[in-house]
Write a protein that binds this ligand. Structure first.
Ligand code: SF4
Ligand code: SF4
Ligand code: SF4
Length: 153
């Protein structure tokens, strides 16, 4: 079974190349103003959206002296919503929408005062701001294929 892709900091290349290039110095994590860069069990940097979002400030890339992070590489993560979303269960909730500066999250009203949530992948920047506020943990980031990256975020 294939392991799920890991959310490395912006600018990370493929896993094999990143393992080779990253010295595990921790400079990226220290540079991140949002404090969302943690270490995985191997000591490599990995993002956690439990307490914050990525602002794409590139501070981690600038801090990476070994060059394991490259500003030219696109961010290939976008939000995905599971069917545990409260609006799918007939419960009123629009929490995630309040945190989405990109306005990628919308709701279509339906009879009874409830609404269906929709997420526009083309507008989503993959910042992760919607993940922590969701009361049922319904939002994750998933990797899109590079060829679908038709325009910059
Ligand atoms: S781009 Fe900025 S906010 Fe995002 S992980 Fe790097 S340092 Fe943190
Ligand atoms: S915050 Fe979570 S439960 Fe609420 S609408 Fe958004 S995805 Fe659904
Ligand atoms: S990841 Fe960011 S841009 Fe995408 S839906 Fe969530 S808050 Fe909006």
């Amino acid at each position: 079974m294939n392991e799920a892709p890991v959310q490395r900091p912006p600018g990370a290349s493929g896993e094999i190349a990143f393992h080779d290039a990253c010295t595990q110095c921790g400079d990226c994590a220290r540079a991140c103003p949002e404090e969302i860069i943690m270490r995985d069990k191997e000591g490599l940097p990995v993002l956690s959206f439990a307490n914050g979002e990525c602002t794409f400030c590139n501070a981690c890339i600038d801090a990476c002296e070994p060059g394991a992070l490259n500003a030219e590489l696109p961010w290939l993560w976008r939000a995905q919503v599971a069917n545990t979303c409260l609006s799918d269960q007939g419960v009123h909730c629009r929490t995630c929408q309040d945190f989405c500066d990109a306005r990628a999250i919308g709701f279509q009203l339906k009879p009874g005062g409830l609404a269906d949530m929709s997420l526009d992948r083309d507008s989503c920047t993959g910042c992760g701001a919607c993940i922590a506020p969701c009361p049922v943990g319904a939002i994750t980031l998933v990797q899109i294929k590079p060829e679908t990256e038709a325009r910059p975020c």
